[in-house]
Design a protein around this ligand. Structure first.
Ligand SMILES: CC(C)(COP(=O)(O)OP(=O)(O)OC[C@H]1O[C@@H](n2cnc3c(N)ncnc32)[C@H](O)[C@@H]1OP(=O)(O)O)[C@@H](O)C(=O)NCCC(=O)NCCS
Length: 323
């Protein structure tokens, strides 16, 4: 089996910044949002689609890897907010990239989307079927947010990307631990517009095309399942938490991440965050964070990285990576 590593990264978010005081009109406040969620501001699209964001992030990742679009064999996009229900967002991005040698498809795992998509890309390279895989996590939750409600504070728009390639060196992805549990499906959902409840005047009047979230259930589930999957991957690979240099988690809220770190005995300085500037960009969080850290030369050879995600479904998991 071949070793698979991150050859290049990129990210892109819309220029439009929305600060917390914007939400005073729905009964929220900067103090409430920052204290619980760790968010100061987020980027909100003013017309750019999910594929526009993903395309820009993807192009930057290809350039950063020192490749051209013709080198990409496979393009996989993690998104819960594709430009259209059909075809896939990956096909939209493929067209924009003019990467017509690639196979392109989406993966749906909402906030765990990037991690699940990376795991798919890694398997294709390990098996020898493909050499260079472009993984993009891109979302514009602004399109599924009811801006008249208080829970409009949680999300922002953005995209991150990475090129995965094989290497002879002793580095890259060591392992993944992934889980899903569909019994949690009601706790974060968009009830209208699918085959169960096709779009009609009633679904629109009932505002069922916006996300519905049970914040308490998300919180309690995240702080339970993520520490368990971190401990699972560490035990499976004979690692202790002290051997991990950085955790790159999904960015739901600072309180969730602080509690996860406490439960696995990791000093919070090792947990990387950027939700203060982007909020939760769903599929975008881990690849955007990775790109920022990569471009600021945070990692040195042999650093151990732990990726961790949790999202609607439920879906959750972890990955171990040697830089
Ligand atoms: C949403 C969340 C912060 C609520 O925390 P909590 O303190 O348990 O929340 P409660 O529902 O008990 O509300 C606490 C208070 O904040 C208020 N509140 C809730 N949402 C608010 C908002 N957006 N702005 C201001 N106040 C808000 C409540 O009315 C309540 O006020 P009260 O004490 O006067 O009654 C927490 O459950 C959470 O972080 N959940 C995870 C959400 C998430 O990460 N989603 C992303 C999906 S991956």
């Amino acid at each position: 089996m071949r070793n698979v590593y991150i050859k290049g990264t990129g990210s892109y978010a819309p220029a439009n910044i929305v600060k917390n005081d914007f939400f005073e009109k729905v009964g929220s406040s900067d103090e409430w949002i920052f204290e619980r969620l760790g968010i100061r501001e987020r980027r909100i699209s003013t017309g750019e689609t999910t594929s526009d964001l993903g395309y820009k992030a993807g192009l930057l990742a290809i350039e950063n890897a020192g490749l051209t679009v013709n080198d990409i064999d496979l393009l996989i996009v993690a998104t819960a907010t594709p430009d259209r229900q059909a075809p896939s967002c990956a096909c939209f991005i493929q067209e924009k990239l003019e990467a017509f040698n690639t196979v392109a498809f989406d993966v749906a795992a909402v906030c765990s989307g990037a991690l699940f998509t990376i795991s798919v890309g890694v398997q294709y390279i390990k098996s020898g079927m493909y050499n260079n895989v472009l993984v993009i996590g891109a979302d514009t939750f602004s399109n599924i947010t009811d801006w008249s409600r208080r829970d409009s504070v949680f999300f922002g728009d953005g995209a991150g990307a990475m090129v995965l390639s094989h290497t002879e060196e002793d580095k890259g992805f060591l392992d993944f631990v992934l889980h899903s549990d569909g019994r949690g499906k009601e706790h974060f959902t968009i009830p209208g517009g699918g085959s169960e409840n096709p779009a009609n005047q009633e679904t629109i009047d009932k505002r069922q095309h916006y996300f519905q979230m049970n914040g308490q259930e998300v919180f309690n589930t995240a702080i339970d399942v993520v520490p368990k999957s971190i401990n699972e991957i560490l035990a499976k690979n004979n690692f202790s938490i002290d051997q991990i240099d950085y955790m790159l988690p999904h960015q739901p809220s600072i309180k969730i991440l602080q509690e996860i770190a406490r439960r696995v005995n990791m000093p919070f300085e090792k947990v990387k965050t950027n939700m203060d500037r982007y909020a939760n960009t769903s599929g975008g969080t881990i690849p955007i964070l990775l790109d920022e850290l990569h471009r600021s030369d945070t990692f040195k050879p042999n650093d151990m990285l732990l990726f961790a995600a949790v999202g609607a479904g439920w879906t959750w998991g972890t990955a171990l990576y040697r830089w």
